[in-house]
Every structure is written in structure tokens, then in C-alpha cells.
Write a protein of this length. Structure first.
Length: 432
């Protein structure tokens, strides 16, 4: 059997295993090792399992993932999300749709210290949704805002998905984080503008909240110093060249821990819960990562990336035509797969095409993360949608999807803007 036929059978088997609910990391590893063994022999295939596993869990660079997850866990446990929402609400809550705008602002701020979209969506389902419902906001809008705001977790640095992309493509993770700042700010502003437009188009749909006094506003600002300090310390340190992304992750985790202790927000039980939560998430991420690396050996021996590159570049539709096809593929996969699994599975195949076409790999990382964001809220999967549903039992899935539709349109417009104007993502990294 030819290597092309083996590769096709491998991909079909992989998707069948995924449909059968086999964990994505296990499916990738099984297909990768099985395909490699078929094309070579069982001995080398078994050796790469041990070698790949040990190399991944002992590599210093991979420590960026568990450390940033731990930083986000400490930040969540110590209640920084509630402080951010209170501060944003005191300044914006009196506007029409102000609680929605405040939720977006608070999600953006929390994303700067969390790095996880799922954690952001789950947290603000508990923090912001009850407040919006208390003031008469519809369920669809309230959940839609939380779902959209949650996607900021993987765009605004530190981002677990950007870190994984950097590890796979051997790009500077620090530059990727810095490149996500301006697109992340653009996302926050466009989401806020979307809420404002909804308020204009449907005047009676979104109520206004009470206006806070200036004293209340300044009092609320005193509570967010920890978030601002932590973000400035971590990202400022990377941008200023004081430490690498992995070192920044360690400093961020330590900083979040110290701030939580000094403010009396982390009990012994809270610390243990944060450690266990980040360990479980890290184990899940590393399982997918190891499986993808094993699958990568199978792709290498079948020369799939090279053949895909040759096929796409021979289509004669130009570099932006090929980019459009790639992004459409990601939009379709986003309806079927987890965001992290999608990145790990496809980037080893697509990245050689991007290099051949001459696109900047840092810019492409931001574009891919933005496209993956859509998958988090796009039907029929929409990971953030199901996370919110798991927290809010009284809300239907269809209600959440209806509420998130305007934000999907906003994401598509933002994606076009970033494709047309790469400088938005590349200006800050070019200054490092």
C-alpha cells in the first residue's frame, strides 16, 4: 500500500475514533503509532512513544503551559474576576446595554491574567450573568455576551493556545503574546460596539443600570490594582526583554500566588484546589500534545505536509486565495473539534504552506487563534456554549446560540480586518 493511501486511511481512522468519543490525544497517538509501525516496524514505533513522552514532559520550554494555567487558577480562586466586573460596571453599567459592555471589559481584563477561554466563560457565567438577569436583560443576550467575552481568553496574552502554536512551529512565544495585545484590544472594542448597536437597533431590548457616583467608581478602581500589576509585570517583562515567556509564566504564577496570600484570598483549601485544577488541565493538554507529536511522526514519514503544500500552491488561486481556503477549513473544523486539538492537529500540515507562501508566522498565529475563537462559539459544538450550559441549567443551548450570533458576525469582520492589515498584529513585536 502506498504512503498516500496509508495517510488517507490514517485520517479517516482518526475522525472515526473522534466520532466514537475516543479522547483526541489518545486517538492521535494510536493512529500515529499504528501508521508509523505499518510503514516501518513495531520496534521504532514503540521507541518514539517513550522518547516523545519523556522529551515533552521534561522540556523546559513546555513548562510555559502548566505555569500559565496555574497563574490563571490562582487569579480565579482569589476573586479577581468579581473585582474587574464591579469596576467595569461602575463606569459603564448606566449605559444602555451597559452591563453587557461591562462584561466584555471585565472578560478582557480577566483574560490578561487567565489565558483560558473556558475558564473565562465559566467564571463570568457565575459573576456577570446573574447581574444581567437581575436588571432584566434577556437570557439570550446575557449568555451570548458571556460566551463571546470568554473567547478573549485565548487572544489576549497570556494564551495557552498561542503558547502551543509557538511550541509546534518553533516561534518566539513572547512575540506571539505581544502580537496578541492589539488584536485583543480590537476584539474588546468591537464586541462593545456590537452591544451598543444592539441597543440602538432594539431600544427596549437592553435596559440601563443605575449610575454609580464618582466615589464608587474610584473605590472600585482600588480593587483592580492586582490585575493591572500582574499583567504589567508579566507582559511588560516579556516586552522589555527581562525574561522569556517560560520565565514569565513562572513569575506570573508566583505573583498571583503572593498577591492572593497578601490579600487574604487564598486559604490552604483554595491553594490545593488551584493546584489540582491546573494539574488536571495540564494533564489533558499534555496528553493531546504528546498524541499530536506522535501523529506528527506519521505525517513526516508519509510526507503529507510537503504534498499538501505542493497541491495548494499548484491551484493557481494566489496566496490570499489559498489563505481563504485554509481559514474556511478552520471554520468548518471549528464546528466539529476542540480548539486546542484543532491547532495541534492541523498546524504541522498547514504551517509549511504558510511559509512557502511567504506569510509572517507570527501574524498567521494570531489569525489562526482568531479563527479558532469562532469555533468556541460557533454551532454545533461551540465549547464555550456548552461550558455556559453546564453552569446555567435553566438556559437552553438554542438560546445561547441565538444570543451569540451578532458576535459571530463581529468576529468575521474582525478576521477580515486582521487579514487586510497585518500591521495590527505585527507592530508591537517589531518594536521588541
Amino acid at each position: 500500500m502506498s504512503s498516500d493511501a496509508v495517510a488517507i486511511i490514517g485520517f479517516v481512522t482518526l475522525f472515526v475514533l473522534m466520532l466514537l468519543r475516543v479522547p483526541i490525544g489518545m486517538a492521535l497517538g494510536l493512529v500515529g503509532v499504528g501508521g508509523f509501525a505499518y510503514l516501518t516496524s513495531g520496534g521504532p514505533a514503540l521507541k518514539i512513544v517513550g522518547h516523545t513522552t519523556m522529551r515533552t514532559v521534561t522540556d523546559f520550554n513546555f513548562a510555559v503551559i502548566p505555569l500559565f494555567l496555574l497563574m490563571g487558577s490562582f487569579a480565579t480562586t482569589s476573586g479577581m474576576s468579581r473585582e474587574l466586573f464591579r469596576a467595569a460596571n461602575s463606569f459603564l453599567g448606566h449605559l444602555k446595554g451597559g452591563l453587557g459592555i461591562a462584561t466584555i471589559a471585565a472578560c478582557g481584563g480577566f483574560s490578561a491574567i487567565c489565558g483560558s477561554s473556558v475558564a473565562t466563560a465559566a467564571t463570568f457565567s457565575r459573576v456577570a450573568y446573574p447581574e444581567m438577569r437581575r436588571f432584566g436583560y434577556p437570557k439570550s443576550f446575557s449568555t451570548g455576551v458571556v460566551a463571546a467575552g470568554g473567547t478573549l481568553g485565548i487572544m489576549i496574552p497570556p494564551s495557552t493556545v498561542l503558547a502551543v502554536y509557538g511550541l509546534i512551529t518553533e516561534q518566539d512565544i513572547g512575540k506571539l503574546f505581544v502580537a496578541g495585545i492589539l488584536p485583543g484590544i480590537l476584539a474588546v472594542l468591537m464586541y462593545m460596539f456590537t452591544v451598543t448597536i444592539i441597543g440602538w437597533v432594539r431600544p427596549g431590548f437592553l435596559p440601563s443600570g443605575p449610575r454609580s457616583s464618582w466615589k464608587e467608581r474610584f473605590d472600585s478602581l482600588r480593587d483592580v490594582w492586582a490585575t493591572v500589576l500582574l499583567f504589567a509585570f508579566v507582559i511588560g517583562g516579556i516586552y522589555g526583554g527581562m525574561f522569556t515567556a517560560t520565565e514569565a509564566a513562572g513569575m506570573g504564577a508566583g505573583g498571583a500566588f503572593i498577591i492572593g496570600l497578601l490579600r487574604g484570598r487564598l486559604s490552604r483549601a483554595d491553594i490545593l484546589r488551584s493546584l489540582l485544577e491546573s494539574t488536571r488541565t495540564t494533564a489533558a493538554v499534555f496528553t493531546i500534545l504528546i498524541g499530536a507529536l506522535l501523529f506528527g511522526y506519521f505525517l513526516t514519514i508519509t510526507q503529507t505536509p510537503q504534498k499538501v503544500t505542493e497541491f495548494l500552491t499548484a491551484l493557481g488561486i494566489g496566496r490570499y486565495g489559498i489563505l481563504t481556503l485554509i481559514l474556511l477549513m478552520y471554520l468548518v473544523l471549528g464546528c466539529l473539534m476542540d480548539a486546542l486539538a484543532m491547532i495541534i492537529l492541523t498546524v504541522p500540515i498547514i504551517f509549511p504552506v504558510i511559509k512557502e507562501l511567504g506569510f509572517d508566522p507570527i501574524w498567521f498565529g494570531i489569525i489562526i487563534v482568531m479563527t479558532v475563537e469562532l469555533g468556541l462559539i460557533h454551532p454545533p459544538v461551540g465549547m464555550n456554549i456548552f461550558v455556559i450550559k453546564s453552569v446555567l441549567d435553566d438556559v437552553k443551548i438554542s438560546t445561547i446560540f441565538a444570543g451569540v450570533l451578532p458576535f459571530i458576525i463581529t468576529d468575521l469582520i474582525r478576521l477580515v480586518i486582521l487579514v487586510l492589515f497585518p500591521i495590527i498584529a505585527l507592530w508591537l513585536p517589531s518594536r521588541m
